[in-house]
Ligand binder design. Structure first.
Ligand code: AHM
Ligand code: MG
Length: 340
């Protein structure tokens, strides 16, 4: 934990900017708007368990308004706040089919954003941590309005990415390409305070994180690797411990802090999703950016996730991320057992 308690997100960004005098301040505005939106989502998420007690289920709530699912709510909050911020030219979220245009009457900016407004939302009912994920690129298309071309840029070109985890406390973890920093929301003052400076993933970990129920559907390479992690070998620290929350943001958060490997491989369970479940733009690329910025790695099994050239907004990719040692080893198994 950082000893300099009391540095809030705005001041942290301001300090970063002083090191880059050429910066326009636009990124500062963006991150402040993301923090603002996430505080609103945090407020609703923290009330989720009260919905039934307060009689808010059914078609209408106590004010006579339609009750909204939390993931729809989060989607609208982020799109509304960010769309009207003047910083973006186009947006995309896991919840919408195509690119989301900036509303008429609002300024267009030099950036575009991909969002997973509420990831792991199926965990809300059981009081398990959930999160929001964001990924920001610079505009590359011509003209004022952004296009799909702006959204379909590889993770390597990200200018910033991060997530908010709504857990035992709410935290915002972000990177602008200068390391990874974590901020914990102090609900009494409504500010994110810097709590984790320059997060580094341990070079080698002791934890593997995967939905092991899918074992029969994985490739031989992935199955062999998991079997390997469960063998006894004191010298290399095996067997590893298994931890799987089933909420990517929470699983990645633990992996960033404690090391090890998080995996969502390709599987043969659903022929419509041969590349696994996780989406490149909204989930894998931003998390890969954070892992690399923290000194770890993120791979599709065949190479860095950040080098994948996106072909579609909702594209899925196999995802393996965490400590460099574990990701390298996994790739070795895939090279040995699986043909591309
Ligand atoms: P979602 O975007 O529909 O919430 O799905 C993504 C979530 C991730 O948070 C998590 O890693 C994964 O689904 C868990 O999937 P599974 O239940 O197949 O293990
Ligand atoms: Mg998701």
């Amino acid at each position: 934990m950082d000893r300099k308690i009391g540095i809030d997100l705005s001041r942290h960004i301001y300090e970063m900017q002083r090191e880059h005098p050429a910066a326009t301040g636009e990124l500062t505005g963006i991150l402040n708007q993301i923090a603002f939106a996430s505080k609103i989502v945090h407020r609703e998420v923290s009330k989720a368990g009260l919905v039934e007690i307060l009689g808010l289920t059914g078609d209408k709530n106590v004010q006579g308004e339609d009750v909204q699912k939390l993931d729809d709510f989060a989607n609208q909050v982020f799109l509304n706040i960010l769309g009207k911020s003047g910083h973006f030219c186009v947006m995309a979220t896991e919840e919408e089919n195509g690119p989301v245009c900036i509303p008429d009457g609002y300024g267009r900016g030099h950036y575009c954003i991909a969002l997973d407004p509420l990831d792991g939302s199926s965990n809300i009912d059981v009081n398990v941590s959930i999160g929001s994920i964001f990924a920001i690129h610079r505009k590359v298309s011509e003209g004022e309005d952004g296009t799909e071309k702006d959204m379909l840029q590889p993770g390597r070109k990200l200018v910033a990415a991060g997530y908010i985890v709504y857990g035992s406390s709410t935290m915002l973890v972000l990177s602008t390409g200068n390391g990874v920093h974590g901020f914990t929301l102090d609900p009494s003052v409504g500010e994110f305070l810097r709590s984790h400076t320059d997060i580094r993933i341990p070079e080698k970990g002791k934890i593997y994180s995967i939905n092991e129920g899918n074992y029969p559907y994985w490739s031989t390479g992935v199955r062999e690797y998991i079997d390997f992690l469960k063998q006894k070998d004191k010298e290399s620290g095996r067997p590893y411990a298994a931890r799987y929350i089933g909420s990517m943001v929470a699983d990645i958060h633990r992996t960033l802090l404690k090391g090890g490997i998080f995996m969502y491989p390709a599987d043969s369970k659903d022929p419509k999703k041969p590349q696994g479940k996780l989406r490149l733009l909204y989930e894998c690329a931003p998390m890969a950016f954070l892992c690399e910025q923290a000194g770890g790695k993120a791979s599709t099994g065949h190479g860095p996730v950040l080098d994948v050239e996106p072909t579609g907004l909702h594209q899925r990719v196999p995802f393996f991320a965490g400590s460099a040692h574990e990701v390298d080893r996994l790739e070795e198994f895939i090279r040995k057992y699986d043909r591309k």
